[in-house]
Write a protein that binds this ligand. Structure first.
Ligand SMILES: Cc1cc2nc3c(=O)[nH]c(=O)nc-3n(C[C@H](O)[C@H](O)[C@H](O)COP(=O)(O)OP(=O)(O)OC[C@H]3O[C@@H](n4cnc5c(N)ncnc54)[C@H](O)[C@@H]3O)c2cc1C
Length: 535
């Protein structure tokens, strides 16, 4: 193990002592070519929300995974994102960790189109709301979670390049000899070095406006509520400590310098409010734009992308963390199965096939939402028309489904409306007592829920990787946006919570679905071993 790796049983902030580092160097002479390169099955570049979620998913799949993070530790300077939406809470709930985020955040109806809030409290989910929680809190909670999992984190280290061959990837680091991995995943943010080094195109739209975001103190009271003008949106918001103020303001002209100054912020505030409110003592100033781009490919051989490395957009609408976390949850189990030999590499192609269109749709929403933040007579008129439209129930639900990501439908073919959609977190009755569906997903293992006659399924050839649960459920089946759907007799649920097969009283298609998603059967051929016991 490298001298500066934080092993999985240590909290991420506990870096090795100097003596530990010295001792490690004595035993691991990095100049000796006979010393084997450190290997991990998967190396993740970047330990932000997407990288940490992916690390957790791979660790749950039993994969040897390492994260390379250039920060000294998980601490994020500045608050950055303000939270995430319903499906992301559900995804965390599927892993049994949502409560920690809910305990620190504040639930609210904040899914918005233009200035109209799209109340989703009638959606059939345990979490019919968004969660307000700062990104530095999110990352702290995630880091504590993955510290409990077998994940190696190399802090204060930067991926500087890589070379891939037929069997793996040599990952070059800023501060040591390379790591060898079977796969490398770039979760290294919007300016992703991995994406650029892989030669993956990043088509999209150039920026039209820039914003400054900062945490400062003021000598004057900030104004109440946001202000909109022809440039965009501006707001000053007191943070929890009562003295720090989070400022977000749109600049009068598009600017690109990633390191803005207090003077830039002062100038931008004066242009809007006629005063800079006496800003001083900044702890964080950053600039972002509405540049919107999406990677043309999410994979180049043994190198994959997830999160902002694969797509960037204006933060209006709060989609970034949700998209990255859901990329990770879609990719994690698939990559795990490819690495452990359960599935062929072609399973990885379904990652882009499923996630690219979902994200393209979300990016389109952020572009529309960003445009509606500007205010002039025509944009205000457009906003009013949009507001009238989204007051119609069908439009409200459609857009709230998109923003919350509760409506995601991966194209898994024709069939029952549940196919390819998220499995609802139903209250099941089992021989062992009551059980929530999401509890069955805590270990990120697929599950066949038999809601028909107990004992009627035999999936012995997949028993080592697919759980089988006999259960009953008497309630309604209702999906967000779609409404009520007919009750199935069985559902095969993937580790990401999406339904891979729906039973209608027969086992038609089940063995194909099991083989497609969870590898070919072990033992006697599936054809001679029916998935459903004939009676
Ligand atoms: C002002 C603002 C407000 C936002 N509000 C919201 C919101 O309310 N809701 C929401 O969902 N999203 C929001 N976002 C977007 C959200 O912050 C991002 O989408 C999210 O952080 C992306 O996560 P990520 O893990 O993909 O990338 P990042 O968070 O960018 O993480 C990438 C990590 O990789 C590390 N890294 C980079 N290069 C290397 C390298 N070569 N080697 C090793 N490590 C490397 C970085 O240090 C970083 O930790 C907001 C963004 C901004 C700027």
């Amino acid at each position: 193990m490298k001298p500066w790796v934080v092993p999985h049983n240590r909290p991420p902030q506990a870096r090795p002592t100097e003596m530990e580092e010295r001792n490690a160097r004595v035993f691991l002479d990095v100049s000796d070519p006979s010393v084997a390169m450190t290997e991990h099955a998967v190396v993740i570049a970047g330990g932000g929300p997407a990288g940490m979620m992916l690390a957790a998913e791979l660790a749950l799949a039993g994969i040897d995974v390492a994260v390379i993070e250039r920060r000294r530790d998980h601490v994020l300077v500045g608050s950055r994102a303000g939270g995430f939406h319903s499906r992301t809470i559900e995804v965390l709930d599927q892993r049994g960790v949502a409560d920690q985020f809910l305990a620190e955040g504040q639930v609210a109806q904040v899914a918005t189109f233009g200035t109209t809030v799209l109340d989703m409290s009638d959606f059939p989910t345990r979490h019919p709301y968004s969660l307000g929680i700062w990104q530095n809190q999110i990352e702290r909670i995630m880091a504590a979670w993955i510290a409990e999992l077998p994940v190696d984190i190399y802090y204060a280290s930067e991926v500087t390049g890589f070379a891939q061959d037929d069997t793996g990837v040599d990952v070059r680091l800023s501060d040591g000899e390379p790591l060898r991995a079977r796969y490398l995943v770039g979760c290294d943010g919007g300016r992703s070095l991995i994406r650029r080094a892989a030669g993956i195109e990043f088509p999209g739209w150039d920026p039209t406006k820039s914003n400054l975001i900062a945490e400062v103190e003021l000598t004057e009271e900030p104004p109440q509520g946001p202000r909109r003008d022809a440039a965009g949106i501006h707001g000053l918001h007191k943070m929890g400590d009562g003295k720090t103020v989070r400022v977000v303001t749109t600049e009068q002209q598009l600017r690109h310098d990633p390191e803005p100054t207090l003077g830039d912020l002062s100038e931008a505030l004066i242009a809007v409010f006629g005063t800079d409110f006496g800003i001083h003592s900044p702890t964080w100033i950053s600039r972002f734009t509405d540049m919107t781009r999406q990677a043309a490919a999410y994979r180049a051989g043994r190198v994959l992308l997830a999160g902002d490395a694969a797509h960037i957009h204006y933060p209006a609408g709060g989609q970034g963390i949700s998209l990255g976390v859901q990329d990770a949850v879609n990719l994690g189990w698939k990559l795990g199965q490819v690495v452990n030999g359960t599935s062929p590499e072609s399973l990885l192609d379904t990652y882009q096939a499923e996630r690219h269109p979902v994200t393209a749709r979300a990016l389109r929403y952020t572009m529309a939402q960003g445009a509606l933040q500007r205010s002039d007579d025509r944009i205000d008129a457009l906003g009013e028309v949009a507001s009238e439209l989204v007051s119609l129930d069908v439009a409200r639900k459609r857009l709230a489904g998109l923003i919350s990501a509760l409506d995601i439908h991966y194209d898994l073919g024709e069939g029952h409306p549940l196919l390819g959609r998220r499995m609802p977190d139903l209250d099941l009755a089992t021989a062992g007592g009551p059980l929530r569906v999401f509890e069955l997903l805590h270990e990120a293992k697929p599950v066949l829920v038999n809601l028909g006659e107990a004992g009627s399924f035999d999936i012995a050839p997949w028993a080592d990787r697919v759980q089988l649960v006999d259960a009953t459920y008497d309630g309604e089946w209702e999906l967000p946006v779609l409404g009520p759907v007919s009750a199935p007799t069985a559902v095969l649920i993937r580790p990401d919570g999406h339904v891979a097969w729906v039973g209608d009283g027969t086992d038609v298609g089940l063995t194909d679905a099991l083989a497609r998603w969870f590898g070919t059967a072990v033992g006697p051929p599936a054809a001679s071993k029916p998935a459903i016991k004939r009676r």
